[in-house]
Write a protein that binds this ligand. Structure first.
Ligand code: MG
Length: 203
C-alpha cells in the first residue's frame, strides 16, 4: 500500500509557514511503517527538537486506477479518517533550505497516527468535511475540506497520472492553519463533524 501526502493544500496554512500557494499539488509519501493505529501513544523521537502536529483528512482509495479522468474520479475513494502528519519541522527546514527531499522529516516511524475510517455515505456532505484538532483540550485547528486548493477529485486525477493508485492506498490531503509544536505529555484529539475520531498521547 502507498501513503500519499499533499503539502500546502490550504491557503491559510501555506501562508502561516511563508510558503507560496502551489499551482499544482505538492506530493510526498510516507512509508507504511509511518502508520500509528488504534490510538497508540506516540513516543517523541530523539532526532528533533521541534515536532509539529498537522491534523488532516485522510482519504481511502477503493479501486485501482491509472490516468483517471475527472468525471470518474469520485468512484476511486470511499471513506475518510482523521490523521496527523507529524513533521520534524527543524529537520524539514534544513532540508528545504538545501532543496533536498523531506522524507526523514515526515516519513519516520509512527509519523502518521490514523483513526478508523468513516464511509463517505455516512457524512452529510462528502465534499465539505469539517475537522478539528485539539491539543490538551484547546481547539488549535478548525478546517473544512471545501477550503482545499485541490479537492479530492483533483488529487485522484493528478496522482493517477504518475502512480497507479491501488485499493487500500491513503491520501493525507493537507492541513489547515494552526499547526504547532508538541511536547512530551501533550494530548492530541482529532474530530470529524464533531465526532471524536483520534486520540494521541505524546510520551
Ligand atoms: Mg501535512
Amino acid at each position: 500500500m502507498k501513503i500519499f501526502c499533499i503539502g500546502r493544500n490550504y491557503v491559510d496554512h501555506a501562508k502561516e509557514l511563508n510558503n507560496p500557494v502551489p499551482s499544482e499539488p505538492l506530493v510526498f509519501m510516507k512509508p507504511n511503517t509511518a502508520l500509528l493505529l488504534a490510538n497508540r501513544p506516540f513516543y517523541f523521537p530523539d532526532f528533533t527538537n521541534d515536532l509539529h502536529y498537522e491534523g488532516e483528512i485522510v482519504l481511502r482509495i477503493c479501486k485501482n486506477g491509472r490516468s483517471v479522468q475527472p468525471e470518474f474520479a469520485s468512484r476511486y475513494y470511499d471513506a475518510v479518517a482523521f490523521g496527523i502528519d507529524f513533521t520534524a519541522r527543524d529537520l524539514q527546514d534544513k532540508l528545504k533550505a538545501k532543496g533536498q527531499p523531506w522524507e526523514i522529516a515526515k516519513g519516520f516511524d509512527r509519523s502518521g497516527p490514523l483513526s478508523n475510517f468513516i464511509s463517505l455515505e455516512n457524512l452529510k456532505d462528502p465534499q465539505d468535511i469539517h475537522f478539528q484538532l485539539k491539543k490538551n483540550g484547546n481547539l488549535v485547528q478548525d478546517g473544512h475540506t471545501r477550503d482545499m486548493i485541490f479537492n479530492f477529485d483533483t488529487l485522484i486525477v493528478y496522482l493517477s497520472k504518475f502512480f497507479t493508485i491501488q485499493k487500500g492506498d491513503y491520501i493525507f490531503t493537507g492541513t489547515p492553519a494552526g499547526v504547532g509544536p508538541v511536547q512530551i505529555g501533550d494530548e492530541l484529539e482529532g474530530f470529524i463533524e464533531g465526532e471524536k475520531m483520534l486520540h494521541c498521547a505524546i510520551k
